[in-house]
Design a binder for this molecule. Structure first.
Ligand code: FAD
Length: 365
């Protein structure tokens, strides 16, 4: 166990582990601390939808951050597979967004500027997905929609961090107190002290309380999302189907994730019969043949929701060499590669291709 690191990362979700890997690629020695198991919170629970995005056409800060990821996800997934032997399930499966579930603006948001899309009537939607219910109304086809399988991606990231030989992973290690120590940071780990030249806080929904001791107010709160997993035993769908903020994500083995709720219930990740029944009802409404399907599993995760929408990625005001990357709400996987790139640029104090000013914490002062 090392006592001096170049970077200490608090939180081993998708943002923390991707950042640790990218920092290690730059030759830095990193320690990742998680109060629980690595990748077991929101990052395990999510659906892994990766909407299409075009780097050339992305102009808003959010679009740039997302497009950076979409530009690199295929290569990153291939690298993870080659190095760790773990297939994270990254597949370009296409998506169908029904306009009856929300409005066209939402479909625009998922599509993003410069993204291939085609309007579908009922007949055209059936040609793509023959088991759809009739008369669901017009929809948008997004051929470049992709997905990955969260638990596998997290396992691959963990294995990749170990393979670098530069990252020490410490699950079941809660960081309660920390303080400035010259130009660096000292973290109190229940008896041990870890000295780090830099601190990166990637504590998801817990980031607000974690920063309280600094006097920095970061309005991040947990928003529960429940998921029902159906297992029809055969492949019935190929595309991600989106109905407003809810969706069906078909996996290659035939399983279908149905998500998700948005609930303000604090740090409570129980599931409820009512919400799961609503999700299953949506699934059978869109695909009636799912009516006979068994519910294999149900779970919930706590999304880190942030006031003002954009995630917080930047220096912690008045504390040198301390940074935050949190508040990714419904988009943590889509934004994970861009965020990790931003973290590297911040720690190494170098120019970034990403519009980092838009994500600074000073917005909340
Ligand atoms: C149901 C659901 C569906 C989703 N679907 C999608 C999707 O399709 N596409 C997409 O891009 N995103 C999706 N998301 C969002 C995405 O999962 C999150 O934005 C992302 O996982 C956040 O990652 P994180 O690393 O910031 O947080 P987390 O994964 O929650 O990790 C934070 C970690 O910090 C640790 N921690 C906290 N405090 C401390 C402390 N004091 N000391 C040590 N460790 C600490 C926690 O134990 C935790 O492991 C979904 C989320 C949910 C819940």
């Amino acid at each position: 166990m090392i006592s001096h690191a170049d970077v200490a990362i608090v939180g081993g979700g998708v943002i923390g582990l991707t950042s640790a890997w990218f920092l290690a690629k730059e030759g830095l020695r990193v320690v990742v601390l998680d109060q629980g198991e690595l990748g077991a919170e929101a990052s395990w629970a999510g659906a892994g939808i990766l909407p299409p995005s075009s780097w050339e056409h992305a102009h808003t800060p959010f679009d740039r951050l997302r497009a950076y990821g979409r530009q690199h996800f295929a290569a990153v997934s291939q690298e993870l597979l080659e190095q760790t032997g773990i297939d994270n399930g990254y597949r370009v499966c296409g998506g169908i967004e029904f306009l009856g579930g929300g409005d066209e603006a939402l479909a625009e948001e998922w599509g993003g500027p410069g993204v291939e899309r085609r309007r579908l009537d009922d007949a055209a939607a059936h040609a793509l997905e023959p088991l759809l219910a009739p008369h669901l109304g017009d929809a948008i086809h997004l051929p470049a929609m992709a997905q990955l399988r969260n638990p596998r991606h997290m396992k691959a990231l963990e294995a990749m961090c170990r393979l670098t030989g530069k990252v020490e992973l410490r699950p079941r290690t809660m960081v309660r107190r920390w303080q400035r120590e010259g130009e660096g940071i000292a973290l109190d780990l229940e008896g041990n002290v870890l000295h780090a030249a830099n601190l990166v806080v990637t504590a998801g929904a817990w980031t607000g309380p974690f920063l309280e001791q600094t006097g920095v107010r970061l309005p991040i709160r947990p928003v529960r999302g429940q998921i029902a997993l159906l297992n029809p035993g055969r492949q019935m769908l190929r595309h991600v189907l989106a109905w407003g903020p809810r969706y069906l994500v078909p996996r290659e083995d035939g399983r279908i994730l149905v998500g998700s709720t948005e609930e303000d219930v604090g740090f409570d990740r129980k599931t409820t019969d009512e919400a799961i029944a609503d999700l299953v009802a949506l699934a059978t409404r869109l695909v009636p043949a799912l009516a006979e399907t068994t519910l294999e599993k149900r779970w919930a995760g706590l999304r880190p929701a942030i006031a003002a929408g954009l995630p917080a990625i930047g220096p912690i005001p008045f504390i040198p060499n301390a940074f935050v990357a949190a508040g990714h709400f419904r988009a943590g996987f889509q934004l994970s590669l861009g965020t990790a790139r931003a973290v590297v640029d911040l720690v190494l104090n170098r120019l970034s291709p990403l519009p980092l000013d838009a994500f600074r914490l000073e917005r909340f002062a």
